[in-house]
Design a binder for this molecule. Structure first.
Ligand SMILES: *Cc1c(COP(=O)(O)O)cnc(C)c1O
Length: 375
């Protein structure tokens, strides 16, 4: 967890550490677990830090982007391939994606018609919200009413839109699935369904995009077992795309925040951090307690007593003026003092990127890349 690096940072410590070598190692291990014939894209929305994006552009087959801003990042990072999705694309974003040579995942009939009107006929996949075919995770996106994709019953109408070049389907269905065998079964079913649907609709099927959704369990430290995926058979000539974000980036990031104050009110102990949900919103958004470890900092340069607790359950809370600024509730500590640093592991994905940075206008964290010598 890079204790010495954290202790060396300016005080009060508040930082995200990102380890680009860990990103490369994870990308290599995911690739090794995927079936032959599969492509690995990184979903930029998990972590759009330019160094992370550059690392993944080199380590993966391409990048998955979901806005004009992410598209620009991916182009700057030299992505070998780009796929572009998202339920609300503007005409300008569609044109930029087509100009960048991206494979566009079209999410509605109206979007398909708007794309056709651009006149360039770039290759597209239809994102489909199938009945069934869903998976269990933290967010389910298909087999249920959502803003994502085209209802399966409307695919025939999509085929009547002139001036588009449909080469496959996009079937991203879930986020944070923890069951590898179920995920492999979903992918196999997605391939079977795509071949049948393409046959019925008259599509020359080249691409099936199975999306992302490989899960990590923040509470237990477990991750989805990828081994069942290697047994999926990819039909010859077909490009099976995976585009995970969380699984690739989560373990390459740590959020660290110094304890500014430590107090007990009405029998409950609070560690108030130089940081909070405006930097790391995920636990508040999902309603769980993110585990932390304590990096002890022994120096105490002040003449007044150092707040400290022993053998106590503490709530790790932030510096915002709201009782909802909570990262962790009731976690036991052997010893904790003001000036110690709490480190939240597995925060390389959906950490800073999903947080409401401007609320209360505190200084942002430092962003520190772990030097190779520290590994
Ligand atoms: C968010 C997203 C991903 C990545 O999801 P993870 O759960 O981070 O793997 C992939 N594809 C699409 C279309 C997405 O919206």
């Amino acid at each position: 967890m890079h204790a010495d690096l954290l202790r060396s940072l300016p005080k009060p410590v508040c930082a995200y550490l990102y380890d680009t070598a860990a990103l490369r190692e994870r990308a290599a291990s995911v690739r090794a677990a995927l079936p032959t014939g599969a492509s690995l894209m990184y979903a930029v929305k998990a972590n759009g830090h330019p160094s992370v994006v550059q690392t993944m552009a080199a380590a993966c087959d391409g990048l998955e982007v979901a806005s004009g801003g992410e598209l620009a990042l991916a182009v700057d990072a030299g992505a070998k391939r780009i796929v572009f999705g998202g339920p609300g694309k503007t005409d300008a974003e569609l044109a930029a994606a087509a100009a960048a040579g991206a494979l566009i995942n079209v999410e509605s009939l109206h979007e398909l018609r708007r794309l056709a009107a651009l006149g360039t006929a770039p290759p597209v996949c239809l994102r489909v919200n199938r009945p069934g075919g869903g998976l269990h995770g933290s967010h389910t996106m298909t087999g249920t009413p959502t803003p994502f994709g085209i209802d399966e019953t409307q695919l025939g109408e999509a085929m009547t839109v002139p001036g588009v070049h449909i080469i496959g389907f996009h079937l991203h269905a879930v986020s944070n699935n923890l069951d590898g065998a179920a995920h492999a079964a979903f992918v196999t079913d997605a391939l079977t369904w795509s071949q049948r649907a393409a046959g019925e609709l008259g599509i020359d099927l080249r691409v099936v995009n199975a999306g992302g959704g490989f899960g990590v369990d923040y509470l237990s430290g477990a991750s989805m077992d990828l081994t069942p995926l290697s047994a999926v058979t990819v039909p010859p000539g077909l490009d099976l795309i995976f585009e995970p974000g969380r699984y690739l980036a989560a373990d390459a990031g740590w959020y660290a925040a110094e304890v500014l104050d430590l107090k007990t009110t009405h029998g409950r102990t609070f560690a108030v951090l130089r940081g909070g949900t405006h930097h790391f919103r995920l636990p508040a958004a999902w309603g769980y307690s993110h585990p932390f470890t304590v990096v002890p900092v022994d120096e105490w340069p002040h003449p007044y007593p150092r707040p400290s607790v022993r053998d106590t359950a503490v709530d790790a809370v932030g510096e915002l003026c709201t009782p909802r600024d909570v990262l962790t509730r009731g976690r036991h500590v052997d010893t904790l003092r003001a000036g110690d640093i709490l480190v939240f592991a597995r925060t390389g994905a959906y950490g800073w990127d999903i947080s409401h940075h401007e609320f209360l206008r505190h200084d942002p964290p430092r962003f520190v890349l772990v030097p190779d010598a520290e590994r």
